[in-house]
Structure formats: structure tokens, C-alpha cells
Design a protein around this ligand. Structure first.
Ligand code: AMP
Length: 209
């Protein structure tokens, strides 16, 4: 709810929801960013037995926390000291983060989608899943070989999705400068697969779990 405040238009209230969910970060977190990231909820055995799902929706629902995370991503990207032309977001949570980051930096946003969602000519990249295959697509005409881009997703797990997205974006000729994640599941070693394949790319995660 928006609270009217005299002389200042409206003020957006802080909605703090600490620890209604199992927090990813220890409760004695130190900074406002730690507090925000602690809103990511651990959901055991979802979507199937043995998976610990990292649910970012409580963080997204917290206005100040969401803003802090986007500011932090924008700060990292500015710190790269490169002319970044666009943010590429991976369907679907990468859209929420990537769109907000692109707005913060006033640069373009390009969607990478699951097959069959984009209406015009696409590049397509298939990649292996635990069981079977999936694919990602990107419109052919949105990026150019002179573009520098940053790829954004919510979670880095095995790295298969990020790697497929990297290879897909490479088909446009654009240069991938960095991969950004809100959270990295370290034991799955996604960073290693990305680093081993593309040693020159920056890999940034706000939180390691
Ligand atoms: P991967 O390709 O294994 O690195 O998986 C990354 C993609 O799957 C991202 O788009 C995530 O949104 C999703 N994902 C994988 N594992 C998890 C998890 N434990 N919690 C939440 N999302 C996950």
C-alpha cells in the first residue's frame, strides 16, 4: 500500500518479512544487502526430491531489498569499466532482475527464451539437462558484433544454462563481458564449467550457498 506523505507525494513503505521463511543467510547478517539476500527462501525437495530450491520471490516482494540488490548489480557492472550495451536475461527470473538492472543503467534489455516463445527469426542453442535436452533462443537482430553484454540469471547451479546462454549470445557476435547471478550453489561447480570454457569472462554472484 502506498502511504501519502505531505509535500513528498507518496512514500513506499518498507515491507520487512525477515525469517518467515527458512533464510539462506545466517540471522546475524551484517549489512542491508545481507538482510535482503537473507530473504531468499530455501525450499527442500522442490521441484523434486533431493533438490533444495532457492526461492527469490520473498526478496522480490520486499521493495527496499529488491532495490538494494539491483543497485548492487548495477554497481558491479559499472565497476567493470566497460561500455556495456545491453543486459541479457534468461527466462524467466533473469527477466525480472535483468529488466530492472537495464533500467538502472539506462541500457537495453534482451530476452533469452525457452523454445517457441519468440516470434521472429532466432538463433537456437540446445543443451543437456540431467535427463534429456532443453534449448534457448534469442532474436537474431537484437545484438551486433560490436555490442558488449552482461548475462543475468537468478541462480548458478551446474552452469549448464549459463553456458548455453553464453554460446547462444556468441552466435550474434556480441561479446559477453560478465555473468551475474544473485546466488551461486557452490558445490555444483557452475563457476568452474563457465571459467574452464570462457576464461576471460567475469563471474559475479552476490551470495554463495
Ligand atoms: P544450472 O543450469 O544447473 O546452472 O541451473 C540454473 C537454472 O536453473 C537457473 O535458471 C535457475 O533459475 C534454475 N535453478 C537451478 N537450480 C536451482 C535451485 N536449486 N533453486 C532455484 N533455481 C534453480
Amino acid at each position: 500500500m502506498l502511504v501519502p506523505k505531505k509535500g513528498l507525494g507518496v512514500q513506499v513503505p518498507s515491507r520487512t518479512r525477515f525469517y518467515r521463511y527458512a533464510p539462506t543467510v545466517a540471522p546475524d547478517n551484517h549489512t542491508p544487502l545481507d538482510r535482503a539476500l537473507s530473504l531468499i527462501a530455501d525450499v527442500p525437495n522442490y521441484p523434486k526430491s533431493g533438490i533444495l530450491f532457492k526461492d527469490i520471490t520473498p526478496l522480490l516482494a520486499d521493495g527496499p531489498g529488491f532495490a538494494l540488490v539491483i543497485d548492487e548489480f548495477a554497481r558491479f557492472i559499472r565497476g567493470l569499466n566497460r561500455d556495456i550495451d545491453a543486459i541479457v536475461g534468461i527466462e524467466s527470473r533473469g527477466f525480472i532482475l535483468g529488466g530492472a538492472i537495464a533500467k538502472a543503467l539506462e541500457i537495453g534489455f534482451v530476452t533469452v527464451r525457452k523454445p517457441g516463445k519468440l516470434p521472429r527469426d532466432v538463433y537456437r542453442k540446445e543443451y543437456a539437462l540431467e535427463y534429456g535436452f532443453d534449448a534457448l533462443e534469442i532474436h537474431k537482430d537484437l545484438l551486433e558484433p560490436t555490442d558488449n553484454v552482461v548475462i543475468v540469471d537468478d541462480v548458478l547451479a551446474t552452469g549448464g544454462t549459463a553456458l548455453a546462454c553464453h554460446d547462444l549470445v556468441s552466435l550474434t557476435g556480441a561479446k559477453i563481458v560478465a555473468h551475474l547471478f544473485m546466488l551461486e550453489i557452490e558445490f555444483l561447480q557452475g563457476r568452474k564449467i563457465l571459467r574452464d570454457t570462457h576464461s576471460d569472462v567475469a563471474i559475479i554472484s552476490l551470495l554463495k550457498a
